[in-house]
Design a protein around this ligand. Sequence first.
Ligand code: NAD
Length: 420
Amino acid sequence: MISLSEASEGPLDVAKRQIDRIAKILDLERGIVQILKEPRRRLIVSLPIKKDNGEIEVFTGFRVQHTDVRGPYKGGIRYHPDVTLEEVTALAIWMTWKTAVVDIPYGGAKGGINCNPKLMSIGELERLTRGYIMLIKDFIGPFRDVPAPDVYTNSQTMAWIMDTYSQFKGYLVPEVVTGKPLQLQGSEGREGATAMGAVYCIIEAKKKLGMRLKDSNVVIQGFGNVGYNAACFLHNLGCKIIGLSDSKGGIYDPEGINPFQTYEHKRKTGSVLNYAGCQDITNEELLELPCDILIPAALQSQLTKENAERVKTKLLVEGANGPTTPEANEIFAQKGVFTVPDILANSGGVIVSYFEWVQNLNREHWSEKDVFSKLENKINFSFNAVYDAMKKSETDMRTAAFMIAIEKVVSATKLLGLWP
Ligand code: NAD
């Protein structure tokens, strides 16, 4: 375990420290560790956009490709005012472990543009997206690097990406990007895939812990793709959603919140706040609500050494990437919080992205039932492999997941060798 005295760091420091820790356990040689810590390629692009008012604004975009030893680079694209090269690099490294732990033939990558999409029109977002793809088009491709959605990007963004790339090729290339709309060769089930994957993990974890799912009290931070869909799936399975939040704050009702109606309220008012019958709370208070299941589904570094002692959940399922700092992780381990780590808990998105890519390459279209059944098999198999490794190594779920993932990447790296 990592010392509590170590100061809080940025996500890239955390990602590198995770590698160091597992390298020690697996007794990896220094050169291999160096390879794992450095992405193969980091692109920084400058994106001048003509705004609707006629002014020019220049945005900065990134694409970081960590490793492709197990298959083409794969990872989402994030639009957020806090996006930095450091953050995108950490997210790219985590993508490598995610694709490895669930054993899909991809490497890890991530993209992002530092912008505030909430202050931009659809037209501005389209020009920004197309400008970004124009500059990185030679570095992505169906067998090179396959982007997908992340925070504040969606199926519309993916449609623009596919179209821009295809315009340069001269023919439609749906397999260049996943998370596309259904009308443009997207996959059934992709929209809810990440949340559904997290729900399959919850069901497996509950079985292992001997706890029943029905009537469990659930708290979810973030009410976007992952948070909203997880809330709906769990509500339909008989769980009680007692707390929800978005970037403006949270709501709490010990009697249970209907996520479908909350969505309508958010659509009309722009936030979950002031929802009838609920108490408004802050995002900080939300994370500390007593509950059976806590799902952080917003941004990274939400559970830290500052608040971990006050977090009162039995089961932590990381919908977001990197929501828990190593210090908080150590506190949770001491408190006996069973944690399903991000690289496993939110892998449903990339698994169904992989299914979308396979369908596109074969010009097939699978039913939602088929997609979810394949997802369930894949994620349950991975969950149980991690659980068994945890028991065998007498460690925690996160360490076991990272051990499995890093071992796979190291083995592929060694088998390929270094060339030239
Ligand atoms: P999204 O843009 O659809 O939703 C993000 C949500 O987080 C919104 O409700 C927003 O209001 C809320 N939010 C933003 N800042 C916040 C803050 N400071 N405090 C509380 N809430 C805040 O994004 P998403 O696709 O749902 O992604 C959420 C997380 O899940 C991210 O960490 C992302 O990397 C991870 N993830 C997403 C997918 C996917 O398929 N979408 C897959 C794997 C991991």
